[in-house]
Write a protein that binds this ligand. Sequence first.
Ligand SMILES: O=c1ccn([C@H]2C[C@H](O)[C@@H](COP(=O)(O)OP(=O)(O)OP(=O)(O)O)O2)c(=O)[nH]1
Length: 189
Amino acid sequence: MSAAHPGGRPPLDVLIRRVDPDVPLPAYEHPGDAGADLRTTEACELAPGERAVLPTGVSVALPEGYAAFVHPRSGLAARCGVALVNAPGTVDAGYRGEIKVIVVNLDPRESVRFERFDRIAQLVVQQVERVRFQEVAELPGSARAEGGFGSTGGHAAVDGVSGTSGRAANGGQAGGNRYASVVSDREGQ
Ligand SMILES: O=c1ccn([C@H]2C[C@H](O)[C@@H](COP(=O)(O)OP(=O)(O)OP(=O)(O)O)O2)c(=O)[nH]1
């Protein structure tokens, strides 16, 4: 963490407290990494489809105007099917509690086991804007306008859906066959 930032900006100091006195502090594995690895302080075994809220043994005090995002680790995802239920988890600047990670085993057949201090997720700290929502009767025009949900082609169309409550969201025809959907996207390009 003490290495110079590749972009030349000095690292941001973030106060951290160990809830578990033995846990290694979150650390960046390589210069330029966006995420510092978080570890579980509890061993845990997840059956296929099972989830758990795992403690990381640390709490932080982020400066105002920043948030930290709990992201999955792609190695765990690719090798074991481990995802985060709420990816990315949002750690607010005002949060002083222990950072927790909500893991789920998406592998259909194999259980996965975490030992104490295994790396289970990564924490990405970012500046975030606080906005003032200004209500208007009409929004300014744009090239995309209201097109979304596959409007540029490729993925199976989500007919007549203007929100998130359509058939795709319910796992119906449009969202049910992921393999076919990805193939059609590839062919559509
Ligand atoms: O993966 C996560 C996500 C959140 N949190 C902590 C930090 C965050 O500041 C707090 C609340 O998270 P969020 O706002 O996502 O949860 P909520 O369900 O909206 O709860 P609340 O009503 O407390 O805001 O929980 C974690 O430790 N890990």
